[in-house]
Design a protein around this ligand. Sequence first.
Ligand code: PBG
Length: 338
Amino acid sequence: MKNAHLAAYPALRLRRLRQADWVRRLVRESVLTPADLIWSMVVHEGEGEIPVGSMPGVSRLSVKGCAQAAVEARKLGIPAIAVFPHIDGAKKDATGTLAHDPNGLVATAVKAMKDAAPEVGIMCDVALDPFTDHGHDGLIENGRILNDPTIETLVRQGIMQAQAGADILAPSDMMDGRCGALRTALESAGLQDVMIMSYAAKYASAFYGPYREAIGSGKLGTGSVDNPGDKKTYQMDFANSDEALREVALDIAEGADMVMVKPGMPYLDIVQRVVETFAMPTFAFQVSGEYAMIKAATQNGWLDEERAILESLGAFKRAGAAGVISYFAPVAARLMGA
Ligand code: PBG
């Protein structure tokens, strides 16, 4: 241990450095700023805002609302926005055809946000689940999620997003080989400056529940027989940690510029291991269920909202994360004085 030379009590009194705000600030080891945040945002095709019931304080925004939010992000010093589409159920199909529609909701929203605030980075999820009627991230055959055919669709989707102006592609599908396929396609399309932030260690998690309501995703395990009830054949088993390092290593080798661990707070051990092992820009996603938990408790008066938000986000910085994707981003930035 680095502090093996420490004196013993009473010469050593650790409370001395905690006695006043000024000295606590002086010796603080990690600091959260608005520049650590990526604002997670949901866009819908209609006008106005539609509140998401399970995520109080979060609404689906119109394209115009997203553009205004991008201006707001710039003002608050939030560097980037991750945009997720809510697609009308009637427009979905088994193969997620609209995922690569160059005139679709994602392309329109990206263009509107880049026009309104070009200085704000825009990140797009590369995955089929908002567009498939079954809610899975890939194509299905005989109840199995197909890896390589899914990648072909993801590449079309990613190139479409990049051509619309997305700065960062964030593959969240967990197919093997998707980062390499995206990187190769970006190169050959002359889009070599587009970044990839891979959802490298993404776990099959109960904490994505409210997101499914937010994006109006199909209910897993219902409808056709070709609809497995969970994502465990592609997202990771929450019991595993070494496997996360293998996932991250693979995505880095394939050309990911940044990596992500998801969900966030229950997986801080993974964040720390990834940072220590790879020394890559590593992000954590404070997912919809984490947002909902904090909101539910604060709305009941069981937790102090301001403190719970800043502590939960600050924990990611302490674990070594470069930043956090969060639905709290604008609220948190304002709490930090932005
Ligand atoms: C889809 C995707 C999910 C989330 C981000 N992208 C859900 C899932 O994988 O099932 C979750 C986001 C959240 O819960 O806030 N590939």
